[in-house]
Design a protein around this ligand. Structure first.
Ligand code: SF4
Length: 471
């Protein structure tokens, strides 16, 4: 074997090992090598004849890799049946791990409660009756067609062609493939259906509202595996140790390899908090005040990365003179409509339309100075008053966060629906984005603002944008 490189995967190795073990015991019984090899074939490795299919766990957004083993040789009338599922050791995020939800997938597949065929309940009846797929699709198509024929609007009152169908709608999944999502959209839109929405909006709409304007895209900025590079892991509005258990091992890896500090600020002492270095309870929904307090602390103690902030953020740009913020209202507020005219919410421009900038970031109307003025009210005392986070705890946490305003240190921010399901969810997430930009932690290994999604393809459906507002 000298000079020969063995190109063998883990699965192949196990197969050989299974056959080899049997061969060894057969040799020990006095059989020749050839006979031993035949004996080995009598009891092969249990997965040897199984068909191996790669897939992803159907539950959370960690998307752990799974290997599914089924029997059935493909012969006519032979029905394959999955009899074993295990973690895929080659998957880059899960590396063979599965949490109890993923490890129990086999039970879910074979559960008696699993609906594997269409059922129909007649009006007024309590009974569900099994029907064929043909009956189901024919009935659904019939009902849709009847409704569309009766309610389709070809032209509006002004005689303009609109081709709308408003009386039926569609709610798309976020646990299906991107291809399914594209078909959902084509199906509903080609029929003129306007009422289309998807689970991704329910879970993470504020993520898109906050991260898209901040960074150009409404997605977690970094990768699960990248969390291992963080020096500080800040968790608010989420409980990844329980909700994303396999992804959370990268937090543990950061703790082990970088001695990363894990900080949890959450109304509940949850499982993530149980392995955190610092935990502070917070009044539910008051996260924005906490984050603005951190922004104030970083600016007051000058713990920001100046070069980064100057080069990669809008902090040096000069805002229009007629922009203001008084008594809780921004300029342009219309009392009658309760809305804003946002014309003043932009930058001073030169003759060519370019925004004016002050590289020193000291101009009183530079974004940085206006931000400083805006957050000045969030002193540690005010933060304690609004959020319930004790002043001493707040300062301890802010101090650790401030250590990441250095070129060789990064903080990663993890959040989930504990942030997105507030009416001010977009503002909360924007707050963390501002802190990360001040620290110079965006676009850096171990940094970012990481939206932890609930379903296996929330991100895919978010990117597709299956929304009523999109044509
Ligand atoms: S962590 Fe998420 S994707 Fe992985 S096994 Fe558990 S539920 Fe499935």
């Amino acid at each position: 074997m000298t000079g020969t490189k063995l190109n063998i995967g883990r699965r192949g190795f196990l197969k050989i090992l299974g056959a080899g073990a049997a061969a060894l015991s057969a040799t020990a019984m006095g059989l020749s090598t050839a006979e031993a090899q035949v004996a080995a074939a009598v009891r092969p490795y249990k997965l040897l004849r199984a068909k191996e299919t790669r897939n992803n766990c159907t539950y959370c957004s960690v998307g752990c890799g799974i290997l599914m083993y089924s029997l059935g040789d493909g012969a006519k009338n032979a029905k394959p049946r999955i009899f074993h599922i295990e973690g895929d050791p080659d998957h880059p995020v899960s590396r063979g791990s599965l949490c109890p939800k993923g490890a129990g997938l086999l039970d879910m597949i074979h559960s008696h409660n699993r609906l594997t065929h269409p059922e129909y309940r007649a009006p007024g009846s309590k009974e569900w009756v099994r029907i064929s797929w043909d009956e189901a699709t024919t009935r659904i198509a019939r009902l849709l067609k009847d409704d569309r024929d009766a309610n389709f609007i070809a032209r509006n009152d002004k005689g303009q062609t609109v081709n709308r169908w408003l009386s039926s709608g569609m709610l798309a999944s976020s646990a299906a493939s991107n291809e399914t999502g594209v078909l959902d959209f084509k199906f509903s839109r080609s029929l003129g259906m306007l009422g289309i929405d998807c689970q991704a909006r329910l879970c993470h709409a504020p993520t898109v509202s906050a991260l898209a304007p901040s960074f150009g895209r409404g997605a977690m900025t970094n990768h699960w595996v990248d969390i291992k590079n963080a020096n500080v892991v800040m968790v608010m509005g989420g409980n990844p140790a329980e909700a994303h258990p396999v992804g959370f091992k990268w937090v543990i890896e950061a703790k082990m390899k970088n001695k990363a500090k894990v900080i949890v600020v959450d109304p509940r002492f949850n499982r993530t908090a149980s392995v955190a270095d610092i935990f502070s309870p917070i009044r539910a929904g008051s996260d924005t005040a906490f984050l603005m307090g951190v922004v104030r602390y970083l600016l007051a103690t000058d713990q920001i990365q100046h070069d980064y902030v100057r080069a990669y953020t809008n902090a040096a740009l000069i805002v229009r003179e007629d922009y203001s913020f008084d008594d809780g209202l921004f300029s342009g507020f219309d009392e009658k409509t309760g809305g804003y005219d946002k014309a003043s919410w932009t930058y001073e421009r030169d003759a060519e339309g370019n925004a004016l900038r002050d590289a020193s970031m000291t101009h009183p109307r530079s974004v940085l100075q206006l931000l400083k003025k805006h957050v000045d009210r969030y002193t540690p005392e005010v933060v304690e008053d609004i959020t319930g986070v004790k002043k001493a705890d707040f300062l301890r946490i802010a101090e650790v966060i401030g250590t990441c305003a250095a070129k060789d240190r990064t903080l990663t921010w993890l959040y989930a629906l504990g942030w997105t399901h507030h009416t001010g969810g977009a503002q909360i997430i924007r707050g963390s984005a501002m802190i990360q930009l001040l620290l110079g932690n965006i676009g850096m290994a171990g940094g970012g603002v990481n939206a932890l999604r609930g379903h296996s393809n929330i991100q895919g459906y978010t990117d597709l944008g299956l929304l009523s507002t999109r044509i």
